[in-house]
Design a protein around this ligand. Structure first.
Ligand code: ATP
Ligand code: MG
Length: 246
């Protein structure tokens, strides 16, 4: 027997409206399922980016320092032991940051001190003169986090690829935007389609911002991110920021 057979004959269009309701619910369910998949994808991509722009950078520093230590050991250079100790400390920091990220928590220095403290902590770990012009004002958690990871990856790129003698980081609110810029005086010629820089671009656009890279060969590199100074609505990234990472 059809489920519609018991419908009230006094309401002749009841089967039709029941059908419509079933269809509406099915549509709604499909939309919800799609949204769940997209939200899960967005969160996964965010975790991948945080790992790349955060912890991986600490490990890159440890590897660079260990390479210097090997060179020093081979040359019987007295600095070898200090370099190994530095590398150990960098690896321990990486481990700490990985544990924090695995628990969905941002680096403590960023949570407590905001963008300025976060940038200073990144710069302190580098063997490169970097001028920092970042005011101590606070922004929404996910904006500070994105700005921090952009600075971390861009400065790691400078150390890895630029052969620069110096770099500079500026971050300042301009109207409704937070403008973050990392510049170096190195060899330029960055490949903007490569994963690391594409990740920074995705990170910025996910927040409703944008990122540009100017890197003419021989003329240094300038990475500029323009992020909304206020947090966007409660998308997946924003929810993750306010629920589990603050
Ligand atoms: N500041 C820079 N100066 C000179 N070249 C750069 C600079 N930043 C990036 N590049 C060049 O652009 C390429 C792309 O950078 P990107 O960060 O995407 O990749 P990567 O650093 O090689 O790898 P990953 O970031 O995935 O570990 C680099 O391989 C490097 O050749
Ligand atoms: Mg890189």
């Amino acid at each position: 027997m059809s489920v519609f057979a018991a419908a009230d004959p006094a309401a002749p269009d009841a089967p039709r409206s029941l059908n419509a309701e079933v269809e509406r619910l099915a549509d709604e369910q499909a939309v919800l399922r799609r949204r769940l998949v997209t939200d899960a994808d967005a969160v996964r991509r965010q975790v991948v980016r945080d790992l790349h722009d955060g912890t991986q950078q600490r490990l890159v520093q440890a590897i660079i320092t260990l390479k210097l230590a090997v060179r020093a050991l081979r040359a019987n250079d007295a600095n070898a032991e200090r370099l190994v100790c530095d590398a150990l400390e960098q690896a321990q920091n990486a481990n700490l940051e990985l544990r924090e990220l695995a628990h969905g928590i941002l680096p403590q220095v960023l949570i407590r001190g905001g963008l300025r403290a976060g940038v200073e902590a990144v710069v302190d770990r580098l063997d490169l003169p970097v001028q920092v012009h970042v005011r101590s004002e606070r922004f929404a958690t996910e904006i500070e986090a994105s700005a921090y990871f952009i600075v971390a990856e861009a400065l790691t790129n400078v150390v890895k690829h630029a052969n620069a003698s110096r770099a500079e980081v500026t971050a300042a609110a301009e109207g409704d935007a937070l403008v973050v810029q990392i510049r170096d005086d190195g060899i330029g010629g960055a490949d903007v389609e490569s994963d690391g820089l594409m990740g920074l671009r995705d990170r910025s656009t996910a927040l409703g911002g944008r990122l540009t890279v100017k890197s003419p060969p021989g003329e240094g590199t300038v990475v500029t991110a323009v992020l909304p100074a206020r947090a966007p609505g409660p998308g997946p990234a924003a929810r993750r920021g306010s629920e589990s990472r603050a």
